[in-house]
Write a protein that binds this ligand. Structure first.
Ligand code: SF4
Length: 736
């Protein structure tokens, strides 16, 4: 065990003992995941009163990695005679878990959900009893038939393991995992399952307070919270919503003609306020579970649904009026920005619709779709988005802004109207999590400056720590490139963006670095637009050709498939010794989830400081809100946000202690203390004073020395000396 791992365990334990929340930064490559799993699962063993461990990850590959590490941990414990049955499983959407070959090929997540509902909804199953022609999902039926016997034996199950188990038994892995959550000790799932009320109310509502929750790689958790409560409505969405309303009207007319009793029963239930259970009571169970209300506090669910939207046809005409109002608001030539209260007042004046009725919109629509036995919900996405928007704006009067834009501000000649309901307060989505669970641990390799998170998430951690990294050799080499050899300062600052000297100096530096650094190198630009501009200038200057003499070049685009292919080829070029450069952007998919470990990333160059686009109206509204509500100055937040993205990008090249890589911060503004001191301590402590303001020649000198030093054989003994033996770990733990 490394010293920082012991510290990390102690800090997590401190938070758990105090039944409070924690905020912990520990560099990547220090074994953060296994440390977290070890300490929390041991705590569960020592304190049986503690509930489940819910580990939240951002992506499916991360989820699979966590479960693979847990498997190793369980094996290790068994080898040392600790045989405690553990049930751990991953949970993801049907798209990632389904094993029905016709359904899983549907493509998008919404289509897979809808196709599954068509085969498993309670009313479909009821009809299939008398009609053999109706198709059902055999995996769902087998799982239902097995009843309480349908159990997973103890073990650690990745999504792949669950799919294999499902195929073997003939059971649906998705519904099996949902069922087994009740019995599991460890559950690994996506952030959304905890932070998005539409999903968390469905999946995580039954979890007990004693559960321990961890958010891993949480450096952008505030953005996830904000996205969970924001809705964008485009012209196309509103047109679809109008068509959806027409369809609902037709289905209601049909239902009235053939089975009016169904609608009457629904009406009666809505009077009693059972809004979320407004569906027909199913004689049998079914797999039609739908997303839940995006915002309503539970006490409102007990209230009667307002009279004006209780009858199905009244509700549909209510929706039509609301959509017409939105279309009319969208028909503007100038940008409009207003608070929800102003928007609601205008709505009330023009249409008579009030906030109270809007609050119930999402649940009322769900209830109607169930009553009408509609299963192809993917066709009704338009009206569902409008209902989501309605419920959110009807519920929250602060922490949101409405921004109506007739075109993208960067492309003003192309009409592309949008109404954005933008959440400005990240604490709204995460507050229920902090309130519900006694210990929530937020962790990442890059949380600096760490004291910003309690402010923007509005919580009080009992533990807040940024831990260092012990290294047997100086395997990371962070440097700041401030100027070219011609003494021109380099920067991505707006006024230097078109300065050819800056672009040339960046290019020259990269050519020289490509000659010096072996294998793979990664470059991050501040935006796609900036990358396009720089790369086309390099092309004109002949710099790209020069680069290609030394390494192949691959570029990240906004197309995921293209980028995946580029990454594959980049790896192949590194594997075969040709060497390659990968051009990428901060805040892009690559900067968040792709590792460039070992020979795939011997150096990373961050061209500029990735500030957000400050003229964005949503960002301006958020900055204003942060200033007024949390007293966070604009400048502080913008710097915090830009520097955490830069740290995230450069951290891609170090994934373990035996790895090594150079980190080049190529912008003169990094020399300023107010920027530099926002970088994580594990980077700044390794930044030598002499490396704080380099020119290209000086940088190359440093690069050559660093590569020479790193090419020496690793002193395994020195590495091992850093590890604590069991006795040492016990002694240190006893002292602290
Ligand atoms: S029940 Fe399971 S296996 Fe069947 S379609 Fe739905 S997700 Fe797929």
């Amino acid at each position: 065990m490394y010293p920082e791992q012991l510290r990390y365990m102690q800090e997590v334990k401190r938070a758990l003992d105090a039944k409070g929340h924690g905020l912990l930064e520990m560099p990547t490559g220090t074994g953060k995941t296994i440390t977290m799993l070890s300490v929390v699962t041991s705590y569960q063993l020592a304190h049986p009163e503690v509930g489940k461990f819910i580990y939240c990850t951002r992506t499916v590959p991360e989820m699979e990695k966590v479960l693979a590490e847990l498997k190793n941990l369980v094996k290790y414990r068994e080898k040392h005679g600790i045989r405690v049955p553990v049930l751990a499983l991953g949970l993801s959407s049907r798209k990632n878990m389904c094993i029905h070959k016709d359904v899983v090929d549907e493509g998008s997540r919404d289509s897979v959900d809808a196709k599954c509902r068509k085969l498993t909804a309670s009313w479909v199953r009821d009809r299939a009893v008398d009609d053999q022609e109706i198709e059902l999902c055999s995996f769902y039926e087998q799982h239902e038939k097995a009843g309480p016997e349908a159990m997973l034996p103890p073990g650690v199950y990745t999504l792949q393991d669950l799919r294999n188990f499902g195929r073997e038994k003939g059971w649906c892995p998705y519904f099996l995992a949902r069922h087994m959550m009740e019995f599991a000790n460890v559950i690994v799932y996506n952030y959304q399952y905890m932070l998005d009320p539409k999903v968390s109310n469905l999946v995580s509502r039954a979890m007990e307070r004693e559960c321990i929750v961890a958010f891993d790689e949480a450096h952008n958790i505030d953005n996830v919270c904000i996205e969970a409560l924001s809705v964008n409505l485009r012209e196309q969405t509103l047109n679809n919503a109008t068509r959806n309303v027409g369809r609902l009207n037709r289905v209601i007319a049909q239902a009235k003609a053939t089975d009016a009793d169904r609608l009457r029963k629904e009406y009666n239930r809505l009077v009693q306020g059972l809004v979320d259970r407004g569906a027909l009571p199913a004689a049998r169970t079914g797999g039609e579970d739908w997303l839940q209300n995006p915002a309503l506090p539970t006490d409102i669910l007990q209230e009667a649904v307002p009279g004006n939207i209780r009858r199905a046809e009244h509700f549909v005409s209510f929706l039509r009026r609301f959509i017409d109002f939105l279309k009319q608001r969208m028909d503007t030539r100038q940008v409009e920005s207003e608070a929800p209260a102003t928007f609601l007042q205008k709505l009330k004046d023009q249409t008579g619709i009030d906030a109270k009725s809007l609050q119930f919109c999402y649940s009322r629509l769900n209830s109607l779709m169930r009553t009408l036995e509609i299963v192809d919900t993917d066709d009704l996405m338009g009206v569902q988005l409008v209902a989501d928007f309605a419920t959110l704006i009807g519920t929250y009067d602060t922490g949101f802004a409405i921004i109506i834009e007739p075109f993208d501000e960067r492309l003003p000649s192309i009409p592309d109207p949008v109404i954005q309901l933008s959440c400005l307060d990240a604490s709204l989505a995460i507050r229920p999590v902090f309130e519900k669970f006694q210990s929530v641990i937020i962790t990442s390799g890059t949380l600096s400056p760490i004291d910003m998170f309690p402010k923007i998430l509005n919580f009080h951690p009992v533990v807040i720590q940024s831990l260092p990294m012990t290294l047997a050799r100086n395997c990371i080499c962070p440097v700041i490139l401030a100027k070219g050899n011609d003494q021109t300062q380099v920067s991505s600052r707006f006024d230097s963006r078109h300065d050819v000297n800056v672009v040339r100096n960046y290019g020259k530096m990269l050519v020289e670095m490509a000659k010096t650094i072996p294998d793979g190198m990664v470059c991050f630009f501040v935006s796609y637009m900036y990358m396009d501009q720089v790369v086309s200038k390099w092309n004109e200057m002949g710099i790209l050709n020069e680069l290609m003499e030394h390494k192949l070049i691959f570029i990240e685009t906004q197309d995921v498939v293209e980028t995946t292919l580029a990454l594959d080829n980049f790896r192949r070029a590194c594997d075969c010794g040709r060497g390659a450069l990968f051009f990428s952007v901060a805040r892009g998919k690559v900067s968040e989830g792709i590792d460039f470990d070992k020979h795939y990333g011997r150096a990373v160059v961050m061209f500029g400081i990735p500030f957000q686009y400050t003229l964005s109206r949503i960002l301006r509204a958020r900055l204003e809100y942060l200033r007024e509500t949390f007293e966070i100055p604009e400048k502080d937040f913008l710097s915090f946000d830009a520097i955490r993205q830069a740290a995230q990008c450069v951290g891609r090249v170090i994934r373990s202690k035996s790895d090594y890589g150079m980190m080049v911060f190529a912008d003169c503004r990094y020399t300023r203390v107010d920027k530099r001191d926002k970088l994580p301590g594990w980077i700044t402590t390794r930044m030598k004073d002499s490396h704080l303001s380099l020119s290209v020649d000086m940088l190359l000198q440093v690069a050559r020395e660093f590569m020479r030093e790193m090419s020496q054989p690793i002193d395994e003994e020195a590495n091992n000396r850093m590890l604590f033996t069991e006795a040492e770990a016990n002694a240190v733990a006893a002292q602290s």
